[in-house]
Design a protein around this ligand. Structure first.
Ligand SMILES: [Zn+2]
Length: 64
């Protein structure tokens, strides 16, 4: 699946809730969108994990 860059103004980021006001790009996924500031945050976070600055925490299973 290749990402799609959306220019629509009736969408919002499913991570932070930011509404598209035309100042940021949004990337579409199968079930929602992510804004460019959240993408930057994710890239920076993954870089910290990659260089060992922080350790990833596995998500806990709510059922157990
Ligand atoms: Zn966002």
């Amino acid at each position: 699946m290749s990402p799609t860059i959306e220019k629509r103004f009736d969408i919002g980021c499913n991570f932070c809730g930011k509404i598209n006001d035309g100042t940021h790009m949004f990337v579409a996924g199968l079930y929602g969108y992510i804004c460019s500031p959240c993408i930057t945050l994710c890239v920076n976070t993954l870089a910290l994990v990659a260089d060992g600055s922080v350790s990833p925490h596995p998500l806990k299973d709510e059922k157990n």
